[in-house]
Design a binder for this molecule. Structure first.
Ligand code: UDP
Ligand code: UDP
Length: 422
C-alpha cells in the first residue's frame, strides 16, 4: 500500500501522443492531448514532418503555443511511393504508410526520453509501426480510433477478408460479425476493391496490430452506438481483444484559428434557419458536382453556409469562389447564403444557434461534433469509412442518408435530387 511519502514522490504519467496524417486524425489527438495535460499528465506530442496539409502545420503550431506545457517531438518521415498508381491520388493514404514505415527511426529518441514515457497513445492509422516501437521499448500502447465504433469493430476482421496484396471479393453481399448488424459490402471503402491498394494494405497491418494494445480509445459514446459497444465489450467478440473505451464526444481544445467571417453573418440569421454544408478537410468534389450542389441549394431556398473545397490538399485549393460557382449565383444568393473557402472553426459554427442542419460527409469528427450539439445531419458520405458512419448516424436517429447518391465521383447527383432532400 502507498504511504503519503510515496504519493508525494509519485511522478505524473508521461503520455506520448502520436497522430497520423490529416486533420481528421490530428484533431482528436490534439483534443486528447489537451484533456490529459489538464489532468496532471506530462504530454509529448509526436508530429510527423512534413505534414501533408497547411492546416495540419498551422494547427500544430497554434496548439503548442496555446499549451506551452506540452512537449513537441518532431520526426522526419521518409516519403513512400506506392506500387499501385491508383493509390497515388490520395496523399493522406500515402502519408499513413510512410509514417508506419518511418516510425522505427524514433526508437532511440523515445528510449531516452526524460522522464520516461509511461504510455503511447497512437492513432489507429499508424498503429502497426508504433506498436512495433512500443513493443521493442516495452512501453504500453493504447490505440486511438478516429472513426466510428462500428467501423473500428470491422477492422480486426479485415485481414481475414483481404489476403495480402489482394482485394475484397464481391462473392458475398455482406460481412457478418457476431452481435452486429451485417455490413453491406457496398458500404465498405472503395480501395478495398482495388488489389494491392496502399490504403487497404496499411489498414490491414494496422488492424493486425490492434490486439497488442492495452485498450482502444474511441471518440464515441454508448448511447450513440449501443449495439457495437455492447458487442465489442461483451466478451464474445474476438479472443483477447483489448477493452474498448468510449470516451467521446471529445471536448474541443483551445483554438484561435479559422476564418471568422461566418460568425457575424450567422448572428444575423434566425435561429435554426441555416443549412451548414461541409465535406471536411480532404474531400474534393468535381467541378460538375459542385455546380449541381450549387443549383440544389438555390432550389431549396433556405439560408446556407457552404465551406467550399475543390482540391484534396488545401495548399492546392486556389480557385476562387466565383470561378467555381459563377458570378451570377454569388450575386443572386447574397442575401440568403454565404460561401467560404479555406479553414473555418467548425466547432464554433455548429455551436451557433442559427445552424438548423448539417449536410455532412460523415467524417467521424464531424459526426461527433454534430451529435454533441444535437444538430440533425443530412449524410452524404464520400470516401473511406463514411458510408459505415452514415449508417450509424441514421440508426442513432441523428440524420438521414440517401444511399442512391453513391461514392464520390461515381455518379453526378443532380441539383433537383439534392433539392428533394432539402
Ligand atoms: N474542420 C474545421 N474546419 C474546416 C474543415 C474541417 O474545423 O474548414 C474540422 C472539423 O470540425 C473536424 C475535422 O476538421 O473536426 C475534420 O474531420 P472529419 O473526421 O469530420 O473529416 P475529414 O476531414 O477527416 O474527412
Ligand atoms: N483507418 C484505419 N487504419 C488505417 C487507415 C485508416 O483504421 O490504416 C481508418 C481511420 O480511422 C479513418 C478511416 O479508416 O478514419 C477512413 O480513412 P480515410 O483515409 O478516409 O481517413 P479520414 O477521412 O479519417 O482522414
Amino acid at each position: 500500500m502507498s504511504t503519503a511519502t510515496d504519493l508525494r514522490h509519485h511522478q505524473p504519467p508521461h503520455i506520448a501522443l502520436f497522430p497520423s496524417a490529416g486533420m481528421g486524425h490530428l484533431t482528436p489527438l490534439l483534443r486528447l492531448a489537451s484533456m490529459l495535460a489538464s489532468r496532471n499528465c506530462r504530454v509529448t506530442l509526436i508530429t510527423a514532418q512534413p505534414p501533408v496539409s497547411t492546416a495540419e502545420a498551422s494547427h500544430i503550431t497554434a496548439f503548442l503555443a496555446a499549451y506551452p506545457a506540452i512537449n513537441r517531438l518532431d520526426f522526419q518521415i521518409v516519403p513512400y511511393t506506392p506500387p499501385n498508381a491508383a493509390a497515388a491520388a490520395d496523399p493522406f493514404a500515402l502519408q499513413f504508410e510512410a509514417i508506419n514505415r518511418s516510425v522505427h527511426l524514433l526508437t532511440p529518441t523515445l528510449s531516452s526520453t526524460s522522464p520516461p514515457i509511461s504510455a503511447i497513445f497512437s492513432d489507429i492509422a499508424s498503429a502497426a509501426g508504433v506498436c512495433q516501437v512500443a513493443d521493442d521499448l516495452r512501453i504500453p500502447i493504447y490505440i486511438v480510433s478516429t472513426t466510428s465504433a462500428r467501423f473500428t469493430a470491422l477492422l480486426p476482421h479485415i485481414p481475414s477478408l483481404i489476403a495480402p496484396g489482394s482485394s475484397i471479393t464481391m462473392a458475398e453481399t455482406s460481412v457478418r460479425i457476431s452481435g452486429l448488424t451485417p455490413f453491406e459490402i457496398s458500404t465498405l471503402p472503395p480501395p478495398f476493391f482495388i488489389p494491392n491498394h496502399v490504403f487497404t494494405n496499411t489498414l490491414v497491418s494496422n488492424s493486425l496490430a490492434m490486439k497488442k494494445a492495452k485498450g482502444i480509445l474511441s471518440n464515441s459514446f454508448h448511447a450513440f452506438e449501443p449495439e457495437t459497444i455492447s458487442a465489442v465489450n461483451g466478451g464474445n467478440f474476438i479472443p483477447d481483444f483489448p477493452p474498448f473505451l468510449p470516451i467521446g464526444p471529445l471536448e474541443p481544445h483551445k483554438l484561435e484559428l479559422g476564418d471568422r467571417q461566418p460568425l457575424p453573418w450567422l448572428d444575423q440569421q434566425p435561429p435554426e434557419s441555416v443549412v451548414y454544408v461541409s465535406f471536411g478537410s480532404r474531400t474534393a468534389m468535381s467541378r460538375a458536382q459542385i455546380r449541381e450542389l450549387r443549383d440544389g441549394l438555390e432550389l431549396i431556398g433556405r439560408n446556407f453556409l457552404w465551406v467550399l473545397k475543390s482540391r484534396i490538399v488545401d495548399k492546392e485549393d486556389t480557385e476562387d469562389i466565383e470561378e467555381l460557382l459563377g458570378n451570377s449565383f454569388v450575386q443572386r444568393t447574397k442575401s440568403k447564403g454565404m460561401v467560404v473557402k479555406g479553414w473555418v472553426n467548425q466547432e464554433e459554427i455548429l455551436s451557433h444557434p442559427a445552424i438548423g442542419c448539417f449536410v455532412s460527409h460523415c467524417g467521424w469528427n464531424s459526426v461527433m461534433e454534430a451529435a454533441a450539439r444535437g444538430i440533425p445531419v443530412v449524410a452524404w458520405p464520400q470516401l473511406g469509412d463514411q458510408m459505415v458512419n452514415a449508417g450509424v448516424v441514421e440508426t442513432a436517429g441523428l440524420g438521414i442518408w440517401e444511399k442512391g447518391w453513391g461514392w464520390l465521383g461515381v455518379k453526378l447527383v443532380k441539383g433537383e435530387e439534392i433539392a428533394e432532400r432539402g
